[in-house]
Structures are given as C-alpha cells and as structure tokens.
Design a protein around this ligand. Sequence first.
Ligand SMILES: [Zn+2]
Ligand SMILES: [Zn+2]
Ligand SMILES: [Zn+2]
Length: 162
Amino acid sequence: MPRPHTFPSADHDHRHCLDEILTAAERLCRQRRARLTPRRRRVLEIVAESHAAIGAYDIIDRLAADGGRPAPITVYRALDFLMSQGLVHRLASLNAYVSCPQAGAEHGAQFLICHDCGAIGELADPGVEARIAEAAAHVGFEVAMPLVEIAGTCAECRRAAT
Ligand SMILES: [Zn+2]
Ligand SMILES: [Zn+2]
Ligand SMILES: [Zn+2]
C-alpha cells in the first residue's frame, strides 16, 4: 500500500532516511550472517543518498572521490550482494540502482519513476502483484520477480508545474 513517505517532500530531512536504510541494512545482515563489508556499506550509502536512481559509473565516480578508483567489477559485486539482500533494486528502464525503503526478503514492487525530478517511489501493492500473477498464469507463465516500472510525474513536480 502507498505509504505517506513513498515520495517524501522536497524539504524532508534525508539524513533520517539514510540513517534508517543503513540501520536496517546492518540489522538484516547481522541477522542473516551476511557480510556488510565497508565497501558494500559505502555503496549502499551512495545509492541511498537520494530518492533518485544512480548508475554504476556514477557510483564508481563517487567511490573514486573517496580516494582510489575501484575496478568496476568490485562495484558490480557489491551491488549484486545488496540486491541479493533486498537492500537495493535495479531499475532496468534506467539501468540504475535505487535503495529499498522496505528492505527485507526479496519482494515484488511497483516503481513510480518521476521523469521530472528523478525521484522513485516504491509501492508494494499485493493487489497488483496478485493481478500480475493471475494474468501470467493465464498464459502459463510463472512469475519469479514481479518488478514493474511506471514512468510519470510525482505529486511535487505536478504541483510545481501548475
Ligand atoms: Zn529521504
Ligand atoms: Zn524494495
Ligand atoms: Zn518529481
């Protein structure tokens, strides 16, 4: 269901979001005995720095600014780890990554992608998921990962345009 902070207001305190994401990641990885190495944690921090998606090469640039340009493969490995833990999602339509506000087990999601400001809102509407599974089953298709990417304009940008 859409939650009030699916699209936080432009003037929200993002340090709070970032804190929540990193704390949840640390807790989940501890529970699962998964190794959130400093590199993986830093990549998550970079991805979670905004509600927009970020491409792998921008992540590499950010890491290079920390000192020492990492080999792309190490960044892709860190992203694979973060995705396998359900902490980060890859948006195929943007070829970019976004942090998950409801980190946990792998889950289906509907991403609302604002083409004005780049903000991504993640919905997890069980009704939509059930409908996709039903329609897919109708043609004998078994859904493994129902990720839906929806392009449009967020409420803030729509307000700004009027
Ligand atoms: Zn935020
Ligand atoms: Zn998610
Ligand atoms: Zn927007």
